[in-house]
Design a protein around this ligand. Structure first.
Ligand SMILES: Cc1ncc(COP(=O)(O)O)c(C=O)c1O
Length: 368
């Protein structure tokens, strides 16, 4: 493995220092919460025995996750250190140097970087602005005709917020099955889809769903994610990898995860309502300003607009925004042209979002 730091992590607000960030539009999640905001009483944790626990993660948590699938059982679920951990375990368990991986591009950086570190042959499935960032099943079929060990997709997508329609997902599952390839579906934003379907892992034995509690519930600090797959051989391999990397999970993290998973129906309506309202604010701003082009996202909490005038000095623009404390995710985080940027609208409050959008406009005035 040839590890390299990902630029998105080097330049992330938490690494730069949250104290330098006035308006955080770089985040791809809902606002971080405290235990109190989750309705938990820290005293409930005081009797918790700090022991090694089930290496697969707590049974109630796995049962709650499996219940979102059709025909998926708790033993098809392995809890991991965030969705990032699940992506890492899946890539290292399945890919070897030289293996062909077809991966949607752009993408969340780990989906490309871990396979790259392994030395896999990366075959990008290009998503294009003028095609609405849509995954084209025919283009994928063309790439698959040369064979692949794995196909890796993300829906709702980061950084574009585009969604893979469920019917297309079904078609792709059938294609990958015929080609003998594994299908990894990063569903970290599944609960923020326009119409959340069952876990992708429901659709076939060689489909791996990856997700976490980080984004929708704003609790990335507990580092709880998971992989779901109905292939028990793969699940045993993933468990072996988890045991070698970490043995078992933090029981504190598990306690919070169990609490949240048991109350998802209580949290979700308000979260979805906030996301819809803030997406509307971005829509209104794009229309009003007129100098940014986008594909309106249908899911998740991010979009990937661009400065319409590609002659604008994008690095200078983002630098000036940052100097004023306004952070977005520039195009280079995603190996895309510099005048694109990821704008996260789930994390800021309404007032912060309004402030940040106004700064995006006024800074463009200054630089143009
Ligand atoms: C698509 C996607 N997958 C995985 C992750 C990793 O999230 P975590 O490890 O916090 O669950 C992220 C984080 O930005 C993401 O956007």
């Amino acid at each position: 493995m040839r590890y390299q730091r990902m630029i998105m992590e080097v330049e992330s607000p938490e690494q730069i220092g949250y104290d330098l960030v006035r308006v955080n539009l770089a985040e791809s999640s809902m606002r971080d919460r405290t235990l109190a905001a989750l309705g938990m009483n820290p005293e409930d944790l005081s009797g918790l025995l700090l022991q090694y626990a089930d290496h697969r993660g707590s049974e109630p948590a796995r049962a709650a996750i499996a219940a979102d699938g059709e025909g998926t059982a708790p033993d098809d679920v392995l809890l991991t250190v965030g969705a990032a951990g699940a992506l890492f375990l899946a890539a290292t368990a399945l890919l070897e140097r030289g293996d062909r991986l077809i991966v949607a591009a752009p993408n969340y950086a780990s989906n490309l970087e871990t396979p790259r570190a392994i030395g896999a042959e990366i075959v990008p499935l290009d998503l294009r602005f003028d095609e609405g960032w849509r995954v084209d099943p025919d283009r994928l079929g063309g790439l698959l005709s040369d064979g692949a060990k794995m196909v890796s997709l993300t829906t709702p997508h980061n950084p574009t917020g585009a969604e893979l329609p469920f019917e297309d997902l079904r078609t792709i599952v059938a294609m990958t099955e015929r080609a003998g390839a594994w299908l990894l579906v990063d569903e970290t934003y599944r609960e923020l889809a326009s119409e959340p379907g069952p876990l992708a892992a429901s659709l076939g034995e060689r489909v791996i769903s990856v997700s976490s509690l980080s984004k929708t519930y704003g609790i990335p600090g507990i580092r709880v994610g998971w992989a779901v797959c109905r292939d028990r051989g793969l699940m045993t391999t993933l468990l072996a990898a988890q045991e070698q990397a970490a043995l078992s999970h933090s029981v504190l993290d598990m306690a919070v995860a169990e609490w949240v998973l048991a109350r998802r129906d209580w949290f979700l309506p308000e979260i979805r309502e906030q996301v819809a309202r803030r997406r509307g604010m971005v829509r209104d701003w794009i229309a009003l300003d007129g100098r940014f082009a986008w594909v309106e996202p249908s899911g998740g909490v991010v979009c990937f607009p661009r400065i319409a005038d590609s002659s604008v000095d994008a690095r200078g623009y983002f630098g000036r925004l940052q100097a004023g404390g306004v952070f977005v995710g520039p195009g280079w985080w995603f190996e895309q042209p510099e005048h694109h940027f990821r704008l996260g609208y789930g994390y800021p409050t309404d007032a912060e979002l309004a402030d940040g959008l106004a700064a995006l406009s006024s800074t463009l005035d200054e630089i143009s």
